[in-house]
Design a protein around this ligand. Structure first.
Ligand SMILES: Nc1ncnc2c1ncn2[C@@H]1O[C@H](COP(=O)(O)OP(=O)(O)OP(=O)(O)O)[C@@H](O)[C@H]1O
Length: 229
């Protein structure tokens, strides 16, 4: 479960990016976070993945008080959540197989187990044929599928995605959404996805949290309002 209680974030330059956010996201939910530019969406993601800490309030992810994590514990915490960005962030000098394997090797998994899991993940994201290719030999959609594969390799209970379809054309965006839905359904992975893409939000209906100027202004459950701050 993800729980934010009275969370505020003010950057050092005085910008109040998030103001008194209260949110609860249950295990296995698939939630969009939408809102205009500068409304605080990425800041919310950064609080969830431990990149930023709140000035006040509590951010709990799977019983971890993320805002109170020691700096040195953040990488360890991140191993148990998957993160996907708009710009893929694959390591260019490693093959797709190695990129996914790397995520498991750093947590000390043994080699045979890593190989088995990477093959499984490549199959799931439909990239088995691209195992030996390098990121720059893949299309944007394929690179994003590889990134998703890397993010879920360690069976995270939570997957956080910041504009995962932001660089893709509509057809490829649909493919990515279908993959995320499959992960959400088959593995019961909780997914929090920031998006600007209203076509996707309209087509794949899900709970939608809307931010404006750092406030949650709507929390819409597949079409019906459930909360308005
Ligand atoms: N590291 C930072 N230091 C100072 N201010 C920041 C920092 N990161 C974000 N901000 C400010 O905080 C506010 C919220 O930014 P945030 O990136 O969370 O918005 P966003 O909704 O993700 O926007 P976009 O849709 O453009 O990505 C903005 O006013 C932004 O300028």
């Amino acid at each position: 479960m993800i729980l934010l209680e009275n969370v505020s974030k003010e950057y050092r330059n005085g910008v109040h990016a998030l103001k008194n956010i209260n949110l609860q996201i249950e295990d296995g939910e698939f939630v969009y976070v939408i809102g205009p530019t500068g409304s605080g969406k990425s800041t919310l993601i950064k609080l969830l993945d431990g990149e930023e800490i709140p000035n006040s309030g509590t951010v709990m992810v799977e019983n971890v008080d993320v805002g109170k994590l020691k700096h040195s514990r953040v990488p360890i915490y991140r191993r148990n959540i998957g993160v996907v960005f708009q710009d893929y962030r694959l390591l260019p000098s490693l093959t797709i197989f190695e990129n996914i394997a790397f995520a498991l090797e750093v947590i000390g998994e043994d080699k045979a187990k890593v190989r088995r899991r990477v093959r499984e993940v490549l199959e799931l994201v439909s990239l088995s044929e691209k195992a030996k290719a390098f990121p720059n030999e893949l299309s944007g959609g394929q690179q994003q599928r590889a990134t998703i594969g890397r993010a879920i390799a360690n069976h995270p209970k939570v997957l956080i995605a910041d504009e995962p379809t932001g660089n893709l054309d509509p057809e490829k965006s649909i493919e990515i959404m279908e993959l995320l839905e499959k992960i959400n359904k088959d593995q019961n992975t909780t997914i929090v996805m920031v998006t600007h893409d209203s076509t996707i939000v309209d087509r794949f209906k899900k709970r939608t949290i809307a931010l404006e100027e750092g406030f949650v202004v709507a929390d819409i459950m597949k079409g019906g309002y459930i909360q308005h701050d």
